[in-house]
Design a protein around this ligand. Structure first.
Ligand SMILES: Cc1cc2nc3c(=O)[nH]c(=O)nc-3n(C[C@H](O)[C@H](O)[C@H](O)COP(=O)(O)OP(=O)(O)OC[C@H]3O[C@@H](n4cnc5c(N)ncnc54)[C@H](O)[C@@H]3O)c2cc1C
Length: 495
């Protein structure tokens, strides 16, 4: 390393922590400013009345990305986090009373599909091969590298992807592709749902996103023994070990920029000089709120792009044990197309919302008192745009309970010991996500992957971006990768 840099990171989300650990290990002086009183951002945790809840992410994929972060700083992930592969990734409930277990063993899942639906086990195996092929051709290019570096596009992998451009399936929507593979609407709906993993609409998002199914089925879905928050907490411990300095309860108000070069940061109390500033805050929020009179081209572009969806989460302390549920469960809507029309066109929470239930106490009984369960009940919500949220929440609470009661044959309201609610407004307030969107811009267009903010700003020297609204996108593994790409670029351009 040529020069020890003074690096400020705005935000202690997983992307910010990933960058902090790597850069501090390389000898740079890293200081993380976080407006909340703890690390994790969306991946946080709270406890109440003996129940513990993960606040945001619940499913971990691509654990090798986290493993790489630990090994890159000479540590072993197993000393920090106990990860286990789920045997049943998700349990699906349909309006016609079909119940499907998505076994992580692909042959077993294919067999389940052939026994309970009109599709065959062969069609599942063929489909997952197609998904794997997209992954093999694009992952290296789209996920692990910087898009702004010419070298990304001038290697064998890029050439291979270009030659096999048809296999990337960019020209049709996810739904169109899925409808070609399957005849049973239930299976089409099951695979369409993967668009929501980055807050997009399967009826418009390019079929290239069918890569996600391979990530979950082929590479596996995982759960940490102590909950998702143990990831945030372990990265915090590791960062402290590497001498990263943390300043909590400190909101950065401004990135000081002179002649298009970063000079430092400003809070409402003081100013500090830095050579490099990494924003783990939302990209649009960074341009809009942290750079005065910002005239960036990227900012103007981002303002025109459609944000990804938000979410409404009910955290319920539930009396009783429900053996009919797994750790991850989905109760599907009747009409999936209508649901996405309501989300993206009408911008309301769907009236018949596909409902996700995550119960970590199924896996770790310490997360709930005896004979109780901690239910994290989530539905997709539109990004914020003049909705009346108290009406939306009230309406959805009733709709969600109706769906649960009908799918499980119970009276859920009588079992709720306490309730907390996370709406898009709180998501925006707590994590500075633009319009409450979970994953930055949506991937509803073919070009979305190319339009994302790159990890190094070409307009402001010394400014870098990490986190779900920047390249390569949202979700735990991708934001951890954003930290790696940003750290590599800083060493290349700033040291
Ligand atoms: C309800 C929900 C469910 C999800 N489910 C999954 C899932 O199952 N699997 C999955 O992989 N992903 C999931 N995600 C997405 C995943 O949580 C995010 O992609 C990831 O955690 C975002 O990390 P990040 O680095 O972008 O930082 P964020 O979590 O967005 O954190 C940014 C941090 O920066 C701080 N900050 C912002 N501005 C400032 C400022 N000006 N000054 C100081 N601090 C500031 C914020 O306080 C925050 O702590 C989910 C998200 C939510 C909300």
């Amino acid at each position: 390393m040529e020069r020890k840099l003074r690096i400020a990171i705005i935000g202690a989300g997983l992307g910010g922590l990933s960058a902090a650990i790597r850069l501090a290990h390389q000898g740079h002086r890293v200081k993380v400013f976080e407006s909340n009183n703890s690390v994790g951002g969306k991946a946080n945790s709270f406890s109440k009345n003996g129940f513990r809840f993960d606040t945001g992410p619940s499913l971990l994929t691509m654990p090798f990305v986290l493993e790489e972060l630990f090994s890159s700083v000479n540590e072993s992930i197993s000393d920090y986090i106990k990860l286990e592969k789920l045997k049943i990734t998700c349990k699906y409930f349909y309006p016609d009373n079909t119940v499907l277990d998505a076994y992580s063993n692909i042959e077993k899942f294919a067999d389940e599909v052939s026994r309970k639906t009109d599709d065959s086990s062969k069609s599942i195996l063929r489909y997952l091969n197609y998904s794997k092929r997209i992954y093999d051709l694009t992952a290296e290019l789209f996920l692990f590298k910087s898009f702004s570096e010419a070298s990304t596009f001038t290697n064998m992998q890029a050439l291979k992807a270009l030659i096999n451009i048809n296999a990337l399936d960019t020209m049709r929507s996810m739904h169109k592709a899925n409808s070609k593979f399957f005849k049973d609407e239930k299976i089409i709906q099951l695979f369409d749902r993967y668009a929501t993993y980055n807050g997009s609409n399967p009826f418009t998002a390019p079929a290239t996103l069918n890569i996600i199914q391979h990530v979950e089925f082929g590479l596996g879905a995982f759960i940490p023994k102590e909950g998702i928050y143990s990831i945030s907490n372990s990265l915090y411990k590791l960062a402290e070990k590497k001498n990263v300095e943390f300043q909590f309860n400190t909101k950065i108000d401004e990135i000081i920029i002179e002649k298009d070069k970063v000079k430092g940061i400003k809070t409402n109390k003081n100013e500090e000089e830095f050579d490099v500033v990494i924003s783990n805050s939302d990209v649009t929020n960074t341009y809009e709120k942290l750079i005065p009179n910002c005239n960036s081209k990227m900012y103007r572009r981002y303002k025109k792009l459609e944000p990804s969806t938000s979410a409404l989460v009910f955290y319920w302390g539930i009396k009783g044990i429900h053996d009919e549920l797994e750790t991850h469960n989905i109760i599907f809507s009747e009409d999936y197309e209508l649901e996405f029309n309501e989300l993206f066109n009408q911008k309301i929470i769907p009236n018949d919302p596909t409902t996700y239930i995550y119960i970590s106490s199924k896996y770790n009984s310490k997360d709930a008192p005896k004979d109780c369960e901690n239910w994290f009940v989530m539905v997709n919500a539109p990004y914020i745009e003049n909705q009346n949220w108290s009406n939306e929440v009230e309406k959805t609470r009733i709709n969600v309970m109706r769906k649960i009661n009908s799918a499980l044959g119970i009276n859920i309201e009588s079992k709720i010991e306490f309730e907390e609610i996370l709406s898009p407004i709180e998501i925006e307030r707590k994590t500075s996500s633009y319009k409450g969107s979970l994953y930055g811009i949506s991937s509803n267009s073919k070009m979305a992957a190319f339009l994302r903010q790159q990890n190094r700003s070409k307009e402001y020297k010394g400014l870098y971006f990490v986190g779900g609204s920047a390249h390569p996108g949202g979700g735990i593994p991708l934001v951890v990768l954003s930290g790696k790409i940003a750290a590599d670029l800083i060493n290349k351009y700033e040291s």
